[in-house]
Design a binder for this molecule. Structure first.
Ligand SMILES: C[S@@+](CC[C@H](N)C(=O)[O-])C[C@H]1O[C@@H](n2cnc3c(N)ncnc32)[C@H](O)[C@@H]1O
Length: 229
C-alpha cells in the first residue's frame, strides 16, 4: 500500500473528527472569530432561549430585534414560530416577517439570513403559488429589516422601518433611527395592573437632576506669584 492510500491511523481519525466538529459548532473561520467574535449559536440553545421568550415571541405582531444576527439562527427560529400563527394568509405572513429585525456587520451573513428566511416562507406555502405583490413585499421587508450596520460605531446611521398594518392589505411605514429607538426604550416600562399607577407616576416624574458639583475654589496664589503680579 502506498503512502497516499494509507488508511488514517486512529490518531489521525481523531484529529479529523475534531476538525469536523469545529465546523458543525458554527464557525466560518478562525479569522472571523478573531475579528468579529463570529460564533453561531446551535439549534438546541436557540430553541431553549426562544422558549424563554414565549408566548410573546410567537405572536405575529410582536417585534423582535437581534443585534449581531449573523446568518439568522435566531431569526429563522422566530419566523418559524410566528408562521404557526399565520396559516396560509399572505398578509399575516407579511405582518409576521415585518416584525423580525436583525442587524449585522457581515454582508454575507445578512444575505444568508434573508435567503434562509425566504426558504422558510416558501416551504410554509408548500408549492402554493404566491401573488406577485406578496413576493415583492416579502423581498422589500427582508431587505429593510435584515440590514447592515455597525452596532458599535455606526448606530446613528442605522435606520429601521416600523411597518404598521393598515388593515387594507397594506402598511403605514415609519422610519426610525436606531439611537432614537434606544432612547424610547429607556422611557418604556412594563407593568402589571396592580403597579400601573406607581409605574405611570414614576415615568411622568421629572428626572432628578444630579446635584451640581461645587465649583473648585481658586487656588491661593503662592507667595512668589503674589509678588510678581
Ligand atoms: C457571536 S456571533 C452571533 C451570531 C448569531 N447571533 C448567532 O447566535 O448565531 C456575533 C455576530 O455579530 C456580528 N458583529 C460583530 N461585530 C459587530 C458590530 N460592530 N456591529 C454589528 N454586528 C457585529 C458578527 O458579524 C457576527 O455575525
Amino acid at each position: 500500500m502506498s503512502k497516499n492510500t494509507e488508511k488514517p491511523s486512529k490518531k489521525k481519525a481523531r484529529v479529523q473528527s475534531k476538525t469536523k466538529s469545529t465546523k458543525t459548532q458554527g464557525i466560518k473561520s478562525r479569522e472571523r472569530v478573531r475579528n468579529a467574535g463570529e460564533v453561531f449559536t446551535q439549534p438546541r440553545e436557540v430553541k431553549a432561549m426562544c422558549d424563554l421568550c414565549e408566548p410573546t415571541i410567537s405572536e405575529i405582531d410582536k417585534k423582535v430585534f437581534e443585534p449581531g444576527c449573523g446568518n439568522g439562527n435566531f431569526l429563522t427560529e422566530i419566523l418559524e414560530r410566528k408562521l404557526k400563527k399565520t396559516g396560509k394568509d399572505e398578509y399575516k405572513v407579511l405582518i409576521a416577517l415585518s416584525n423580525i429585525y436583525g442587524v449585522d456587520i457581515a454582508r454575507d451573513n445578512l444575505e444568508e439570513a434573508r435567503d434562509r428566511m425566504k426558504n422558510i416562507v416558501n416551504a410554509h406555502f408548500k408549492g402554493k403559488k404566491n401573488s406577485a405583490s406578496f413576493l415583492m413585499a416579502m423581498d422589500a421587508i427582508l431587505k429593510a429589516n435584515i440590514c447592515y450596520g455597525n452596532l458599535l460605531t455606526g448606530r446613528k446611521k442605522i435606520y429601521l422601518i416600523n411597518w404598521i398594518p393598515n388593515n387594507n392589505g397594506g402598511f403605514e411605514l415609519e422610519k426610525w433611527n436606531f439611537e432614537d429607538i434606544e432612547k424610547l426604550r429607556e422611557s418604556t416600562k412594563q407593568t402589571d395592573m396592580e403597579n400601573l399607577a406607581k409605574t405611570s407616576e414614576e415615568l411622568l416624574r421629572p428626572p432628578i437632576k444630579p446635584p451640581e458639583k461645587p465649583k473648585p475654589k481658586p487656588k491661593p496664589k503662592s507667595a512668589k506669584q503674589a509678588t510678581l503680579f
